[in-house]
Design a protein around this ligand. Structure first.
Ligand code: ARG
Length: 560
């Protein structure tokens, strides 16, 4: 990786000076140099000399380094580096030659569990469920690509009041277990949950059904199983459309058997106590600016809730997989919940994994309010998919011969690139028209770029070739330099759990590719070596683009 190599060279050039961290950064003045080093300022303080004097000494030791075309000290003490074509091309050759574009091989792969998606049984999926699925799928792929073992778990919400509500509704309307349909579920849930808000008695009934189900009532279990199957089938269908897949299709209910075990640990270790009739665990710590309320493990009516199943699930995951990390892709508004669960679990000693809540913000419409579809205010996902598809198909750029499968891939690219280009913690505005355009920071723009380059390579019947040491012009140089940043983008996205780092890199790479393409005429090129070199670089860029799109969960259509 380029930065590591540069840092190593700089370290060796320090002579008798010693500096704890040698860090090179990409220049923010690409017109002046490619990379910069500002260590001379820190050394100057330490050795009581002027930064410029030290910078001069360092660059003197670097004059014969083959990495640089030019390395100079500039006032008041920066070191500016311009890479040599030989060095750039050697890195590109290695990227093409080694697996994963020569991404460093991980010496100690760890085990990660990623809990994402989190759809709720008996409630229809809506726009709010897009983010955890899209962001989680991408983070999972990035972590796997870096070389870790990662297990994705959908963690269905199937333990809550909504199940009791739907069972209550079925009984009220005398809908038999055998005959109930998905439409019934979609209708009953909003209806009964509305009634519960108005009528305490109904709410109590539903809560009791839920409690009896949790305690193992065989009759309710039969209802639950049917509701679960119907609902899951529809959720799986939507995830399939989104190309989102899980290793484990577990739910809260699967942790049921571990609840008593966790409860026993909590009471034996005297971590849980009764407060207002509920069994709670204190989690606040001295350093907290504001007191954190206790986690409720069992409510005063004796039922278990969100925090209980999350702790029991941690217990289960520890037993099954001994993970090093458990990541939760869930709404930022659940931060307090996760803080309580994590602290209570670590206190109870039920896991020694690193527990991380990867929060996400809301998708808003152009009016700044939570997103609604054109067709009405219930933004069901199917309606959203159709709406986006129409926006793209109606646009003049779209190819009328696209298959259904290609359309699905394009809809996905629109939704995913719109989402993943934002830091996941930020809310963002989804503007269907803007994000389905082929111009701008959009899925279609990126896919077009990829397909255009692929087409050139096909037309030229490009096969493996060698790369010379020449770089021909500034557009060419920019593109090659851009490719060197691949590793930084992947590893940065991994470390920060931010697919947006990769999305930005993809966009920048596409801009460099398009500028290159617009300024360098390839097909009629007479100079053989130049043509070979350019095709070599384009081929590498296209392969990288394809791999990175895969990390965002974006599939490539055959035409568009
Ligand atoms: N089902 C939850 C919701 O709709 C999300 C689940 C997140 N994961 C977890 N282990 N709590 O908000």
């Amino acid at each position: 990786m380029v930065i590591e190599l540069l840092e190593k060279a700089l370290k060796e050039s320090l002579g008798s000076y010693s500096l704890e961290v040698v860090n090179v950064v990409k220049s923010n003045r690409p017109d002046l140099c490619d990379y910069q080093f500002d260590g001379a300022f820190r050394l100057a303080k330490q050795y009581k000399k002027s930064p410029m004097e030290i910078a001069e000494e360092i660059i003197a030791a670097l004059q014969n380094c083959p990495y640089f075309e030019k390395v100079e000290a500039v006032m008041p003490g920066f070191i500016n580096m311009t890479l040599s074509a030989t060095f750039i091309n050697q890195i590109l050759r290695d990227m093409k030659k080694f697996p994963k574009f020569n991404l460093p091989i991980l010496e100690h792969p760890l085990t990660y569990i990623i809990d994402y998606g989190g759809p709720n049984i008996a409630k229809p999926l809506h726009v709010g469920h897009l983010r955890p699925a899209i962001v989680g799928e991408s983070i999972k792929r990035i972590i796997a690509y870096v070389g870790h073992n990662i297990i994705g778990d959908v963690h269905f919400g199937d333990f809550g009041l909504q199940i009791g509500e739907v069972i209550y509704g079925m009984q009220e309307e005398k809908i038999g277990i055998e005959e109930v349909t998905l439409e019934d579920l979609n209708r009953l849930y909003p209806k009964i949950s509305g009634l519960c808000k108005e009528d305490e008695k109904i709410k109590e009934k539903c809560a009791n059904i839920t409690k009896e189900l949790q305690e193992g009532s065989l009759e309710y279990e039969r209802y639950y199983q049917k509701i679960f199957d119907l609902s899951k089938k529809d959720i799986v269908r939507i995830y399939k459309y989104l190309d989102v897949d899980f290793d484990l299709w577990y739910g809260e209910m699967d942790s049921r058997t571990f609840i008593p075990l966790v409860e026993k640990i909590l009471t034996e270790k005297s971590l849980a106590y009764i407060s207002d009739g509920a069994l709670v665990v204190d989690v606040t710590e001295e350093a907290d600016a504001k007191e954190i309320p206790p986690l409720i493990f069992k409510t005063s009516i004796g039922s278990y809730i969100y925090g209980s199943t999350d702790m029991a699930t941690i217990y289960q995951r520890e037993k099954d997989f001994q993970p090093d990390y458990i990541l939760y892709v869930a709404d930022l508004r659940q931060s307090l919940h996760f803080k309580q669960v994590f602290r209570a679990s670590l206190k109870a000693g039920i896991t020694d994994a690193h527990l991380e809540h990867l929060g996400f913000g809301t998708i808003n419409g152009t009016d700044g309010k939570p997103y609604k579809t054109r067709s009405g205010n219930a933004p069901k996902l199917d309606a959203l998919f159709r709406e986006i598809e129409e926006l793209f198909v109606e646009s003049k750029e779209s190819n009328k011969n696209m298959s259904e499968e290609d359309k699905r891939k394009i809809v996905n690219s629109i939704l995913k690139f719109a989402d993943l280009q934002n830091n996941r913690e930020k809310d963002y505005i989804f503007d269907g028209k803007k994000f389905s355009d082929v111009v701008g920071k959009t899925g279609p723009y990126v896919l077009y770029t990829y397909l255009r380059i692929k087409r050139i390579l096909e037309l030229e019947q490009y096969k493996e070739s060698d790369l010379s040491n020449t770089i021909y012009n500034e557009y060419d140089r920019n593109l090659r330099l851009q490719l060197l940043d691949f590793h930084k983008a992947v590893l940065g996205a991994f470390r920060l759990r931010l697919p947006s780092v990769i999305a930005s890199y993809i966009y920048d790479l596409c801009v460099s590719l398009n500028t290159f393409y617009q300024n360098n005429y390839i097909s009629g090129l007479e100079e053989k070596e130049k043509k070979q070199d350019w095709l070599y670089v384009l081929d590498l860029a296209d392969q990288i683009l394809k791999e990175l799109l895969k990390l965002l969960g974006i599939e490539i259509p055959s035409i568009m």
